[in-house]
Design a protein around this ligand. Structure first.
Ligand code: HEM
Length: 436
């Protein structure tokens, strides 16, 4: 466990969450078992929850005891980056519609209070049931009786929040980080504007899809009149892990993905490659990061007709074990020369890129079929890094030009966000330092 995580865990135990419950106006979803009686308890079959879930075992499995529990919301860094990757994703990008700075700030404060409640397994505001039945309830209710499910809500701001059409929208144009660039066009991109960009984003990850969807839905509802959802993406299976000892998940191409990712407890590598430093500026982003999201469609029908040898040559790793080609175990140090020159791993490896390293946190998606009967499936790629210009951009420039994988994939959506540091305490809110 990293220092930050330990710090987080100490700061926000289940006890302190309960202590603050009354102050935030949230209602524990579990306490509903009492309110509604045993019928709901049997139907929902849930109990438990409570303390910090940033645990790790060395026996090859994710810690079962932590599944379903609450991940601390307060801390030096936002949860959902270095914390253990959950199984489900609902990622949403929003366009800010209000032109009023105070209204935007009010929204961010309301979002923070709701996020604090939901990540602790509590209902939003006054809850899903209200004393006055003439009023719509504050919480939409579909997570009633469900555990916190390790829900993390990670908030980011896009380039458009600072300036749009040359206009300083909220008096923060001068605070736009230099590293928050508009991503360049890469060869092979086929980006759909309706699935790209956004002024704000929230990445909701949880072990239970209903908990993740509930969170985004309630944030969108709170935003009414101030921001609208521009696009969103569901992900059903993690394709990266930040817990290297756990079993590596497989992507939709059947390969283990995330083998050489940065581990959540590798404090040194996180400081070096993920967290924005105190000195590099802007000050409001110190301890934060940059997020690149790419919706990458896979042509799975073509892939499924490729021979096993071609598939393994494409990545430079074996399919069954995930070992680097020419070696036998998944975690053997790769010998890049034993891979084809256009193999994905050979091209993406830090040794081929002057040490460039990113933290990957993507998810598989399947959004039905297209008009030709092909699965609209792929990888919703998410990467965190300390500077996009030294992270995703050089890597993708190289991959877009040379990667053997390009025969089977196409990038169809794209967005970039600056991700502020963690919310420190109950008086802090998403973006406070940016607007102070
Ligand atoms: C659908 C698209 C993609 C698929 C299916 C895919 C799959 C994989 C797989 C199976 C591995 C080997 C296991 C591992 O170390 O994680 C890998 C490694 C890696 N990929 Fe991708 N990837 C995709 C897109 C990208 C993109 C867009 C980037 C960055 C721009 C990227 C960067 C990396 C990096 C940095 C590594 C680790 C290389 C190493 O250190 O050995 N990947 N990818």
């Amino acid at each position: 466990m990293s220092d930050a995580q330990q710090n987080n865990a100490q700061q926000n135990t289940g006890t302190s969450a309960a202590r603050h419950e009354e102050r935030d106006g949230g209602v524990s979803r579990r306490s509903l078992l009492g309110r509604f009686g045993a019928g709901l308890a049997v139907g929902a079959a849930v109990a438990g929850g409570g303390t910090a879930a940033v645990l790790r075992l060395g026996d090859g499995t994710e810690p079962a005891a932590a599944a379903g529990e609450a991940v601390p919301f307060h801390g030096a860094h936002q949860a959902g980056i270095a914390t253990p990757v959950q199984d489900r994703l609902h990622f949403a990008a929003f366009d800010v519609t209000t032109t009023d700075r105070d209204a935007l700030i009010a929204l961010l404060k309301e979002w923070t209070a709701a996020a604090r409640a939901m990540t602790a397994g509590r209902e939003v505001g006054g809850g899903a049931t209200v004393d006055n039945e003439e009023l719509p309830p504050d919480d939409t209710g579909e997570a009633l009786g469900l555990k916190p499910s390790r829900l993390t809500l990670t908030f980011g701001v896009g380039p458009g929040l600072f300036t749009k059409d040359g206009k300083d929208r909220f008096g923060i144009a001068g605070r736009r980080p230099q590293a928050l660039i508009d991503l360049p066009a890469f060869p092979g991109d086929n980006l759909d504007p309706a699935r790209s960009g956004g002024d704000l984003c929230v990445q909701a990850c949880a072990d239970d899809p209903q908990v993740a969807v509930h969170a985004i839905r309630n944030l969108a509802r709170i935003a009414m009149g101030r921001a609208v959802m521009r696009w969103s993406q569901l992900g059903f299976g993690k394709t990266s892990s930040t817990t290297p000892d756990a079993q590596t998940p497989r992507n939709m191409m059947g390969f283990k993905d995330g083998t050489r990712n940065i581990g959540g407890d590798e404090t040194g590598r996180l400081e070096k490659h993920v967290w924005v430093g105190e000195q590099e500026g802007p000050a409001w982003l110190a301890g934060g990061s940059y997020l690149v999201a790419r919706r990458i469609r896979m042509h799975v029908e073509t892939w499924d007709r490729a021979s096993l040898k071609d598939q393994e040559d494409t990545f430079g790793r074996t399919k069954a074990e995930g070992a680097p080609q020419g070696l036998s175990r998944e975690h053997d140090e790769p010998n890049l020369k034993l891979m084809k020159p256009d193999a994905h791993v050979r091209l993406a490896h830090p040794d081929s890129n002057n040490g460039v390293t990113i933290l990957r946190r993507g998810y598989s998606f399947t959004d039905g079929t297209d008009r030709l009967g092909r699965l609209d499936a792929g990888l919703f790629f998410i990467a965190y890094q300390r500077d996009v210009r030294d992270g995703f951009v050089p890597l993708q420039k190289k991959l877009a030009a040379k990667d053997a994988l390009n025969e089977y994939i196409q990038h169809v959506g794209s967005a970039v966000f600056a991700v502020p540091p963690g919310v420190r305490d109950h008086d802090d809110w998403w973006g406070r330092a940016l607007f102070s």
